[in-house]
Design a binder for this molecule. Structure first.
Ligand code: DGY
Length: 405
């Protein structure tokens, strides 16, 4: 299986970074590259460093790291929405999107360094990682001290049932675009056409504001905020190696954790909050379990989250669904509405490794079982373990290498 994982990563390598999937996602994706770097670190640390440096080569002047960096060699129209839609470029000249994804990159940089210590790499990437966080603090910080996202694609969990309610406010029905995703993957396993109309309407509105103004979708998401806090935890360690003061990062990690507990915790699970209405969006998304990764999370809250994971997400069986199967919106095959994803399992696994090794073990086994049963698929039915979405998906291969290391 390990040799197969490396084979997938080699086949998807494009010279300096890795595509998530040759046909479905033929460019560089931001949070994919972070997870992929974590896997490369286990067998080819030089590739891990290249993966991250190549992504940050397309960082914008304001610090944002775009969610897609387009490969100019890939024919126009191979992916929608492509460069013609986003109409923007990084200072490097490369066409990119203008939205972002969860900032899991500092963690990836730290893990890359742990696999093969390289202070020069850390010194090079540290200011870029700090700029990425600075962008979030300046452009996306709410009065509650939380970081917000402006598009479901920014959450990484595009069609999570948590977005059903906020998306109802998007009335426009743009026409004249052609989805390319369903050329490769069964439509039942992807977001619906109505979802896509809303994604396109939101992305257009944000683009037309010069990628500045949040619109109808303006959300504080627990996974995104966890990633932001975990980035500060990692930056504290990186700063130390670079001979810099870790304390501001430690303080920021504690502050985001406290703000999340105050504003996103419902007593059972972390939830998203709609900035436009000020209300929590009650859902059963496994994103709400990821704050287990925050070292400043109070122990009793971690215990409650674990109880919720056992009770509503069948954590003990080792196959964590992206949405609770006991919720009516659960769908075992449709993208982020229930299937089990290796990256989400990996994030929760990270949060459990120190707290509850007895539960982290089965979760690691669950990831191995899914892949052994169905290959490096994009996502898996949490009951049948059948694979769905694309084949030879890079982060499924990469994170597996990390799990077994
Ligand atoms: C897709 O194309 O499905 C991605 O999730 C958006 O970046």
């Amino acid at each position: 299986m390990l040799r197969d994982a490396i084979r997938v990563l080699v086949a998807n390598w494009d010279g300096s970074y890795t595509v998530p999937s040759r046909r479905l996602y033929p460019h560089q994706w931001s949070w994919d590259s972070a997870f992929i770097a974590i896997g490369h670190a286990r067998w080819a640390p030089r590739r891990a460093r290249s993966e991250l440096l190549s992504l940050f080569g397309a960082q914008w002047r304001d610090g944002r790291v775009p969610h897609i960096v387009f490969n100019p060699k890939v024919p126009d129209g191979a992916y929608f929405p492509g460069p013609d839609f986003w109409q923007t470029r990084a200072p490097s000249g490369t066409a990119t999107s203008g939205i972002i994804q969860p900032p899991v990159h500092a963690l990836a940089a730290w893990k890359t360094h742990l696999a093969e210590p390289d202070p020069a790499f850390l010194r090079r990437i540290y200011p870029r990682l700090v700029a990425q966080q600075e962008f979030l603090r300046t452009a996306r910080r709410s009065p509650e001290g939380l970081i917000s996202i402006v598009h479901p694609w920014e959450s990484g969990m595009d069609n999570s049932p948590a977005w059903d309610l906020p998306l109802q406010g998007v009335q426009e029905r743009p026409t004249g675009f052609v989805r390319r995703d369903i050329d490769t993957v069964n439509a039942e396993e992807r977001p619906t056409d109505r979802d896509y109309e809303r994604y396109v309407a939101l992305a257009k509105a944000y683009r037309d504001s010069g990628y500045r103004r949040p619109g109808a979708f303006h959300i504080e998401d627990p996974l995104f905020n966890t990633a932001y806090g975990v980035a500060e935890q990692a930056l504290a360690k990186i700063a130390e190696v670079c001979g810099l003061d870790p304390e501001p990062h430690e303080r920021e990690a504690a502050a985001i954790s406290a703000a999340m507990v105050e504003h996103l915790y419902d007593g059972d699970l972390f939830q998203s909050r709609d900035v436009n209405t000020g209300h929590l969006i009650h859902s059963a998304s496994a994103a709400g379990l990821t704050p287990l990764m925050l070292t400043a999370l109070p122990g009793e809250i971690a215990d409650t989250l674990i109880a919720t994971a056992l009770d509503r997400f069948a954590l003990k069986d080792g196959v964590l669904p992206s949405f609770s199967p006991s919720a009516p919106e659960f769908d075992s095959v449709r993208y982020w509405r229930g299937p089990s994803w290796i990256n989400l399992c990996w994030l929760v696994w990270q949060g459990l490794k120190d707290r509850r090794p007895d539960l982290a073990g089965p979760l690691a086994d669950g990831m191995l079982t899914m892949v052994a049963r169905s290959g490096f698929r994009e996502y898996f039915d949490p009951f049948t373990l059948r694979g769905h979405g694309c084949w030879d998906f890079s982060w499924s291969a990469a994170l597996l290498l990390d799990v077994v290391a």
